[in-house]
Design a protein around this ligand. Structure first.
Ligand code: AHQ
Length: 254
């Protein structure tokens, strides 16, 4: 939005639109993810993806604990702690939940991996480890509001979880349906996360410079997800695309 050449602050709605426009660079479009959902992945590629993504799943509650440790606002922490419990699970009477990390291990065993080879991280490739560690380090060292913004790649996550639920049973009938529980749970959890995270982001990033920073933060997190797929494609291959995939350039801030 500009008037007489002078760039003004984006309206709240336009800022949200610009964040959502970054979705064109989301890893749902990475050839490795396309391969997983179009049915052309081998059992080894599926197992490799599950085993490598486990490192990311393990990191999420660590990342969320880092966000909370940087956040002095009790009301925000009361909401943010739900993300941590979603993954670590809890045994609060009446709210017992094994958690997403256990559900992901069961996804692994449903693909034929042993619990041991998922949890001992033996399959995790350097590029995945490096990208995930960069995300955790970001959350530990940046203002908590920036980590909230980084989590907004989940704006696009319900679509990717629903795509798996819609395609994997048909393409990979050998994966027990119970193994897909994680994706079923994330559709609603991601929506709740995004509602909270988007509201904080639209409020906090309230100058032109901060709004540009928000787009750069989201682009960093899109890189994290894209790099994980690049590293898995390098290790497990792609059906017919030997060159490393080039991530689509997201909307430029200006
Ligand atoms: O399962 C995922 C998850 O719990 C989270 C938390 C959130 C964050 O805090 O960064 N991002 C995220 C994502 C999950 N699943 C990914 C997938 O493709 O299955 C997507 C990922 C994201 O969009 O950031």
């Amino acid at each position: 939005m500009s008037v007489t050449g002078e760039q003004l602050l984006w309206s709240r709605a336009e800022f949200e639109d610009r964040l959502r426009a970054q979705g064109k660079a989301y890893h749902i479009y990475h050839p490795f993810n396309v391969m997983l959902n179009d049915g052309s992945a081998s059992k080894e590629q599926i197992q490799g993806w599950v085993a490598n993504r486990f490192y990311y799943q393990l990191a999420i509650p660590i990342k969320d604990a880092a966000v909370m440790s940087n956040c002095t606002d009790r009301a925000i922490r009361r909401e943010w702690v739900k993300r941590l419990l979603d993954h670590d699970g809890c045994d609060i009477p009446g709210a017992e939940d094994e958690g997403g990390i256990e559900a992901w291990i069961r996804l692994g065993t449903a693909t034929g991996l042993s619990r041991e080879e998922v949890t001992n991280l033996q399959h995790v490739v350097p590029g995945v480890r490096f990208a995930v560690d960069a995300y955790v380090e970001f959350a530990r060292t940046r203002p908590w509001q920036e980590s909230v913004c980084a989590s907004l790649t989940e704006l696009f996550a319900p679509k990717i979880h629903k795509a798996r639920l819609a395609t994997w049973p048909e393409h990979y009938p050998w994966i027990d349906s119970e193994g897909l529980t994680y994706f079923r749970n994330r559709v609603t959890q991601a929506r709740r996360d995004v509602e909270h995270g988007l509201s904080i982001t639209l409020d906090y990033f309230n100058t032109v410079e901060l709004q540009k920073r928000a787009l750069d933060i989201l682009n960093f997190k899109l890189d994290v997800l894209w790099q994980m797929n690049d590293a898995m494609a390098q290790r497990y291959g792609l059906p017919n695309s030997p060159a490393a995939a080039q991530r689509p350039a997201p909307e430029q801030a200006v």
